[in-house]
Design a binder for this molecule. Structure first.
Ligand code: SAH
Length: 277
């Protein structure tokens, strides 16, 4: 492979606020890989997987800034102050977050803190769990036969309470709903969606530890998911999807196919069959 010729210099005294993707190191961007290699210090979140941190040289200091639902978290302000402090010491600071830093990752807050401190920084997008994580379960976010819109929501707000979003509007307007941080309030979320008119037999999937070796997928429905969660080993981190795209998994579970499961043949192959370009 040719060298990554356009690689951008990671300058001392700057912060790279980077997304690590859902877990599989193969889903890192080249920029993040370069940053792992050249950082003076890595400040990482709980959702950044060990195989990704292992890509950094052994001697690179790592600081855990654990932010994980339901467990004690470092205060956001402390994390921001710490990365500012490290940058002011002239270090190349890699601030590594799970998924994408700007998708339910509080990357905007950290970036704003860097702006007000006058620290130069770069944002490196990552593959978000709600897209890449579902892809690892063989669930496309959109398919032209099922949905022309999709909504990404968080299951709880900054205070930890169930999100005060307009579930009725989302339910009416979005055939596919992807829910981050759903597990804590899953009963309430299911209740809200049912009350908003989504049917009990509507397909739903939970993808737990998406893209990691211990990935598990629960295919269920809005009506049966609460009972199914109890009898399954689904726990956070899980990404939840509601909508007909879940049915496509039966044919598109490529990871299952790699492990020997047979894919079905009756899915719409779209442009290949119809030659509509
Ligand atoms: N910035 C992250 C999201 C952080 S919020 C991103 O873009 O993906 C944390 C939530 O993300 C978790 O509660 C879970 O819903 C989801 N999540 C992140 N990584 C995941 C993974 N590997 N498998 C399943 N869900 C994941």
């Amino acid at each position: 492979m040719k060298n990554f010729a356009t690689k951008t210099e990671f300058k001392p005294g700057t912060v790279w606020l980077a997304g690590a993707g859902p877990g599989d190191p193969g889903l890192l961007t080249l920029h993040t890989l370069h940053a792992l290699d050249s950082a003076d210090v890595i400040v990482f979140d709980a959702l950044v997987s060990d195989p990704i941190l292992d890509l950094a040289p052994e001697h690179t200091p790592r600081e855990f800034a654990g932010k994980r639902g339901g467990k004690p978290s470092y205060k956001q302000v402390d994390i921001s102050l710490r990365i500012i402090q490290l940058a002011r010491q002239g270090k190349r600071v890699l601030r590594l977050k799970g998924g994408d830093p700007f998708v339910f990752g509080r990357g905007g807050e950290e970036a704003a803190a860097l702006v007000s401190a006058g620290i130069p920084f770069r944002i490196i997008p990552g593959i978000t769990a709600g897209i890449g994580g579902l892809a690892y379960a063989g669930i496309p976010l959109t398919h032209r036969d099922t949905n022309q819109a999709v909504t990404l929501v968080t299951g709880h707000d900054a205070t930890g309470k169930v999100s005060r979003i307009d579930w009725k509007a989302i339910s009416d307007g979005s055939p596919v709903i992807v829910i981050y941080m759903a597990m804590k309030h899953i009963e309430k979320i299911v209740q809200e969606l049912r009350r908003a008119g989504r049917q009990a037999n509507e397909p739903m999937a939970f993808v737990c530890n998406a893209s990691m070796p211990n990935q598990t997928v629960l295919e269920t429905t809005l009506g049966t998911c609460l009972a199914d969660i109890k009898t399954s080993n689904i726990k956070p981190p899980s990404i939840v999807v509601v909508g007909d795209v879940v049915n496509l998994r039966e044919g598109l579970d490529w990871l299952g196919a790699e492990e020997g499961r047979v894919l079905i043949n009756n899915i719409d192959t779209g442009t290949i069959d119809k030659k509509t370009g």
